[in-house]
Design a binder for this molecule. Sequence first.
Ligand SMILES: *Cc1c(COP(=O)(O)O)cnc(C)c1O
Length: 812
Amino acid sequence: MGSANGDRELFKDKDDFVAQYREACETFFAKKYDELSQQERFCVLAGLIANKSRNLKVDSHKDDKEVYYFSLEFLLGPLLDNYLLNFGIRAIVKAGCAELGTTLEDLVAQEVDPGLGNGGLGRLAACFLDSMAALGINGNGNGMRYRYGLFRQEIEGGRQVEKMDNWLEHGFPWETRKSEAAVLVQFGGHVVRHEEGGRFWFTQEGGDLIKAVPYDVPIVGYGAKTVNNLRLWSAEPAAEDFDLDAFNAGNYAKAVKFRSDAEAISQILYPNDSGEHGRLLRLKQEYLFVSAGLQTILRSFENKYGPDKWADFGKHVSIHTNDTHPAMCGPELMRILVDDKRVDFDLAFKIAHETISYTNHTVMPEALEKWPIGIFRELLPRTYMFIEEIDRRYREGFPHDVEGWQEKLANTAILWDGQVRMANLSVIFSHSVNGVSALHTGILEAQTLHDFYALEPEKFNNKTNGISHRRFLGNANPSYSRLICDVIGEGWLRDANELAQLGRYEDDPSFLEEFEKAKAWDKRRLADYIRRTSGVELDCAMVFDVQVKRFHAYKRQLLNVFKILDVYNRILSDPSFDPRPTAFIFSGKAAQSYSFAKEVIRLINSVAEAVNGDARVNDKIRVAFVPNFAVSSAQLIYPAAEISEQISWAGSEASGTSNMKLMMNGAITLGTYDGANVEICDLVGEENIKIFGLRTEEVDALRAGGTYWAWDLYNRDRERLGRVIDELTDGTLAHLSGNFESIRDELMVNNDHDLVLADFYTYVSAWEELVGAYGDRRGWNRAAVHNTARSGYFSSDRTIREYAADIWHIES
Ligand SMILES: *Cc1c(COP(=O)(O)O)cnc(C)c1O
């Protein structure tokens, strides 16, 4: 792929690149290129590109309105290859590396995944940064700089073991510390009321002052016309205050305790999918990045527009909150406006409301964030007062003439039952609330946030998620990308809708053969990676059937395991059963404290051990668990997939984004009618996707009916389903590290909350039909290419255009 950046060239040609790279080695490490390790060579190359990004003169943005995307997570993934693509210099750099005697691929592989996010929500934020920059939107990220990521996952005896993710060990070449832009954030203390000449105001006195220090990462848009900024906050002590008595007494730990207490706030990324609510440190993180981000935005607004233009703030600034983690934006913005800028309370609310918007990511009640009022008020006494007052006014203004108003008020008030309900806080302070797929937004409107929706339907809108097609097809799948460029050019990198032109090649036998070759190359690459990382040997002639994502009960990796066990049993018991040979590939982390999810990981590894070592079946099925799922390994897995498993129970997955990444790479979706699978189905047509299982209405009805009994399903079929359940505890899978009583109990004692048994038969049949179709190679490849051709809609460029037009009101 050639140069996308026209006259904005970083390097004149290959020789210029090699010369600059050699010189940078001397500047960075005072060593010659040949004397450096590959890791050091990567650092120099990334540093060189990062420096050029920072110094690039940026074309003015199309609209001067500034968007700030507040997210507690940005799952960036490795950046080097993406920046080379966006600068349009991949070919030059590749040739230069070859001349220097190494490969670009090997240097790219040195880059460590930044530990700044958990999964889908954080990756969405990173894709949005890429798209905002590509579209020339003045859009910046605001987040936290965690010293340690979630954890590095290793597998021991089949079990997930959590190791420290020291991702900053070799430094992060893309960031720049901006000490001069540090701000102070106050925790605790008490509120003091002041009065003078009939005017009164409040200050917050005492407590702890923390210094929030920003680290900036330049975000280069495709074509390098726009460079935006991702600002990540790190917590430090406000003053080098020191317990001299303790120091003199030799108690060094106590002497520097102020430092470790402050730094603890940005020390570690929390898991986002299990009971982390109520942890004081997490609340401090949320407040720190909100307050520091807002202080900075207000300061730059004041510098640009003058000290008394606050009424225009919402015309020039949009603040978008990714989930409820930044929910404090509303009350904190009011606090700064009222206390520091002397803006009137009503105007301050109006400003907050017209500036802030909110994306909801989950309808699951246990995942909706809540904080005990006592903790909240003690930590943030002044900010809390704004919540309390807005909640009071909300109650007072609530229409008392509608049927059942007490209950509706109880559902929607911010403060209830001793808790601050963050979703309600977000809705009340925002002018826009969106869900992340058509189905999910429908559920928000009809159920989760229905009482809000009835009051203000115009506030609600859908923004179906998207993904960076540049990263997840352009970077991740070089073989397929090259093939696509050969036939339709490289315009699709800028405009993903151009992928639709592949429709012309769906029936072109030679193109389909080339597609199959590209897929074979991707499968070989993944098989090599899997051999190195998990020791499992895969046969590349097998179908690659992939389920890679966080481990969670609702995502139903367990259902997939049940299918594998059923297939295993039937191969052994029924000589006429002869399914297409398949490699089942799993990857993903479970939160440290989520024992059920961790047991499912152990189960997969136990099934892998049983199946892969059983000569009676292992030329028919293999199972691999790839440790430590991350963006870097995801970029190897998605391109190689042929079946994309998207099997959450209907109504549980808000959108999903790996479903989009996989279809774009030519995998066929085997999925429930859930999240964005519904929209994938609409786009590719029912004959190019395999949908199975209960629909949302059926799930609701089954739950409401109270007639679902796991035991009935077990007793009805001891041959297949019953047998699989027995195998959890009868020793069949115990060889590696024991039986699976807790999983069996979840199904049989807790009556299978996630409906694994209910969807079992339709799922296994759907899978059999799907792999049955694999033998028709032409037909399969046609469907795969068709999926890619229809995937342009799922570019995050489309999603961001919709946010820009409907929520932020800017041109792009
Ligand atoms: C896309 C992505 C996810 C989200 O996957 P879902 O299947 O949509 O939950 C999680 N982790 C990584 C590394 C990703 O790239």
